[in-house]
Every structure is written in structure tokens, then in C-alpha cells.
Design a protein around this ligand. Sequence first.
Ligand code: SAM
Length: 262
Amino acid sequence: MDASDVAACWEANAETWTRHARAGYDLYRDALNTPHFMANLPGVAGLTGLDIGCGEGANTRELAEAGAAMTGIDIAPTFIRHAREAEAAAPLGITYRLGDGMDLPFADRTFDFATAFMSLMDMPEQDRVLAEAERVLRPGGFLQFSILHPCFATPFRRVLRDEDGTVLGIEVRDYFRATNGEIETWRFGAAPAHEKAKVEPFKVPRFHLTLSDWVNLVIAAGFTIEHMHEPMIDAETAAREPYLADTRVAPLFLHMRVRKAG
Ligand SMILES: C[S@@+](CC[C@H](N)C(=O)[O-])C[C@H]1O[C@@H](n2cnc3c(N)ncnc32)[C@H](O)[C@@H]1O
């Protein structure tokens, strides 16, 4: 699958994705991924940052609220339109650009840091986006990103639950099978049934790599690995939102912070 097919999928997802994410149905993001990501982020107040694959901008806004001068970039025009509308309604000084993470429209050494929340694994050439992130960072700058966990979110993953819904385990297959845009279809699990029935499922092209592939790509792009994290939902939230309890058995996400040489 080439980059323009991937872009078309995301553009088709963007309207419903924005509406559902803003309604609070992206629970993995709001209850788990973003809080853990922000807790592990070095201080960004006064720094200039780039958010790669910013979507409708919720995480970009968090970074701006933490004091960074932010630019967000995304491949889907509808995401960028919604992000700009949110900025116009409640300005945080964020600039949004339509563009490709694999061909960033910025000069070398423009940013102090970059983030990519759950977007790098959606890009067909991860080596290119990592090289581009490295290029636009100033010496000593960092990239922090979250991805589907390469070991536990493989092309085949099934959460095994008993009749009460308690998670018994995760079935994982096909770890070594790299995928080139195989489409996964799903809706946000926390969306109510009547909302799910109203919309087409998201179509998400998958570009699965193994853990060692990711580590080797990061190193080949010139980065040093500084921090890794595998977020797990706390027991109280899992009891309230059993949907998230699988992350107490094995991680669904992997966070990495990597640094460009100073
Ligand atoms: C799973 S969504 C995450 C969105 C957002 N970061 C969040 O956490 O809510 C992946 C995002 O990556 C964007 N994306 C995919 N391929 C891209 C590319 N080549 N360049 C820039 N953005 C891309 C999609 O349009 C989508 O907004």
C-alpha cells in the first residue's frame, strides 16, 4: 500500500474519529496512553515542539498547555480542519500544517522536541519518518513516541475473557509477519452501541514491525534510546472500565523517548 492510499484511509476515518474522540470514546488514549505519555515527558515549557500525526489535536493542545510552542502536522485534511477550528475557538498558539510525516515541510534543526502519539506505526516507511524527525530536531533534541506494542499487538491479537468478562490472557500470533498496509477495521470500543451502529468502522492500514526492527530503525536514524515505558491501567480504572483491563495482562502500547546527539 502506498502513502496516498494510507492518506485516503485516514481522511475517510477523520470525521467520525474526531467526533467520537471528542465525545470521550477513545478511552485507551484518554485514560491510559496520554496521561502516561505526559507523565514521562521531560519539561517542555518554553520549548518549540512538533507533533507528528496530530489528528484532531487533543494531544497537541496538552503539549501547548504544558507551555510548549507547538506545531502539529497530519496527512488528513479533515483532522487539520478540526484541529484549526479548536485552535480558533480557544487559542493556544498552535500552528497546524497539512503534510506527510515522511517528508516534513520544515528546515533542518527547527524544533527542540518532537512527539508522535500512536502515529508512526501507521506510516509505510518508518525509517523515513524517523530520519525526518531527526533532521528537524536541534542537536540534543528528543523524539517521544507511542506505538502499538510490537510484541502484543501483532497482526493477530485476541483478548481472551471468561463469561464475566475477566481477562484471562491475550492470544498473539504472527509476530514475525511484517504487514504492508493490511487493513484492520474497528470502532472505538467505548462508543455506545447506537453510535457504533450509525457509523462505518475505521479502516486502519497496519505496518507491523518486530521490536528489534523498531529498535534498529531508531538507532539507524541516529538516535540514542533514553527511556521506554509500557503503560498499564490502574486497578481502580480497570474495574470501572473493564474494556481497558487487557493492559493489566500484557501491554498494548509501547512508549519510547529517543535523543539526537548534542
Ligand atoms: C491513531 S491516529 C492518532 C492521532 C493522534 N495523534 C491522537 O493520538 O489522537 C494516527 C494519525 O496519524 C496520521 N497519519 C497517518 N499517516 C501519516 C503521515 N504519513 N503523515 C502524517 N500523519 C499521518 C493519521 O491521519 C492520524 O491522525
